[in-house]
Design a protein around this ligand. Structure first.
Ligand code: ZN
Length: 342
């Protein structure tokens, strides 16, 4: 991006009510088969139009093409049983019924490539596509085959790399791997998590990002945040390793969170998607609030590396709120941009 402070969204946008139940996380599709495929693409085009209308520079599909950021990808793999599920504890935080790895895992074929082609054909703006990261994938499954989190992560990294290469060939400019698990399993991150992520991103012709957040504003996450104390220093554990990694961009949570902003110094030199929009509240930020968060970040990030963003996805919010928050993000970024040119 040549533009200073290009805006983007870290993740999902709300789905239209004819596609899935609104204001509900991971709600099931209301259609199936061909109708579903077409409806997802219609929703993708609407999400794109909303982003452009609100002045977002780097756009995405708003994750209209997936029900869940991990399981929709896993549905397209061999070796995973979705019928006989098991209950596991996700990110040490909440129990969920998850699919089971029963055999060698492999990709049946391209998962999101056709959807990415639709997005590419619909806009000249730079496009970003999200995939789950290897560690977050294994944390959303029960493994009855490999017996080693690390071994399974390397298998997923290989599969993600195949998908990412095809997405890049379809014209995706930035591939973002979502790794909220990086905020929880620090030893794994250091021992193999970042290495597996780099394997997923290896040899790509486009830029790569990793999104590490404190999650959607659901109760389990909000309760977890209450246990983290007055300062959230989780990034301190992972940033030194990420600074040395091949990943180009780091997407992190800043606004209304207790992340000490000076931790951004630990990844100086990387591009940062700085979360300036709180996704756990329906209160729409004022442009001035967004600008204040960006100015704080600018103490520790060079302006040419700062991409104003949201803290996480906005799927559970009412559509008009999410759209207004995108508008506030653009307006706030514009305030700070003008301070540089004056
Ligand atoms: Zn997130």
């Amino acid at each position: 991006m040549n533009k200073l402070l290009p805006t983007t969204s870290a993740g999902s946008l709300p789905k239209p009510s004819w596609l899935a139940q609104p204001e509900t996380l991971w709600s099931p599709w209301k259609l199936e088969g061909e109708e579903l495929t077409e409806a997802k693409r219609d929703a993708l085009r609407l999400a794109l139009a909303d982003q452009r209308a609100e002045g977002i520079d780097i756009v995405s599909d708003g994750e209209q093409t997936r029900q869940h950021f991990v399981t929709t990808f896993i549905e397209n793999l061999n070796g995973v049983d979705f019928e006989n599920r098991k209950v596991v504890r996700i990110r040490d935080r909440y129990d969920a019924s998850v699919p089971v790895v029963v055999d060698d895992v492999s990709r049946k074929g391209p998962v999101f490539v056709a959807d990415a082609e639709v997005l590419r054909a619909s806009t000249d703006a730079p496009i970003k596509w999200a995939l789950p990261g290897p560690m977050t994938m294994i944390d959303t499954l029960y493994d009855d085959r490999y017996g080693s989190r690390e071994e399974l992560a390397w298998v997923f990294a290989e599969i993600l790399n195949q998908e990412a290469k095809e997405l890049a060939a379809a014209g995706v400019n930035i591939i973002q791997f979502d790794e909220p698990a990086f905020n929880v399993f620090f030893d794994d991150v250091k021992n193999w998590g970042v290495a597996a992520l780099e394997r997923a991103a290896e040899g790509l012709s486009c830029e790569t990002a990793v999104h590490i957040c404190y999650g959607y504003g659901i109760e389990a996450n909000n309760n977890w945040k209450k246990t983290l104390g007055s300062e959230w220093r989780q990034y301190e554990e992972t940033f030194p390793k990420l600074r040395q990694s091949s990943i180009d961009i780091i997407s992190l949570e800043c606004h209304n969170s207790r992340v000490p902003v000076d931790l951004l110094e630990l990844v100086r030199g990387k591009k940062l998607m700085v979360g300036a929009i709180d996704v756990a509240s329906t209160d729409v930020e004022t442009p001035e609030e967004v600008a204040a968060t960006l100015r704080k970040a600018l103490q520790f990030v060079d302006a040419e590396n700062l991409w104003p963003s949201t803290n996480c996805g906005m799927a559970p919010l009412p559509r008009h709120v999410a759209r207004a928050k995108l508008g506030a993000l653009s307006a706030g970024a514009e305030i700070v941009r003008n301070e540089f040119s004056s």
